[in-house]
Design a protein. Structure first.
Length: 114
């Protein structure tokens, strides 16, 4: 069974920064893509950032230039550095890891006050 554990969410003022972390454990042979989705109240879950095992990244237009995804393959970890946060970034952030299936973390709340 694969488990993803996130940390690093919290409350921050607009313009501030947060760093999210997510580590995978359990029986997973390889991890292809890892990344982050978010879901704000009343909205659908949306992709924030994805990063391949080779380090190629893909970002939502709304976070380009502000968020940076990175990963440590040896630790089976993925990170999300979030800078210049805006109130509209407020959401529950979920990390994921994909091999032949997709696995999800439990979510971590990020709240940005104006």
């Amino acid at each position: 069974q694969v488990r993803l554990v996130e940390s690093g969410g919290g409350l921050v003022q607009a313009g501030g920064s947060l760093r999210l972390s997510c580590k995978a454990s359990g029986t997973i042979i390889r991890i292809d893509d890892m990344g982050w989705y978010r879901q704000a109240p009343g909205k659908e879950r949306e992709l924030v950032a994805a990063i391949t095992s080779g380090g190629s990244t893909n970002y939502a237009d709304s976070v380009k230039g502000r968020f940076t995804a990175s990963r440590d393959n040896a630790k089976r970890a993925v990170y999300l550095q979030m800078n210049s946060l805006k109130p509209e970034d407020t959401a529950v952030y979920y990390c994921y890891a994909a091999d032949d299936g997709i696995y999800w973390g439990q979510g971590t709340q990020v709240t940005v006050s104006s």
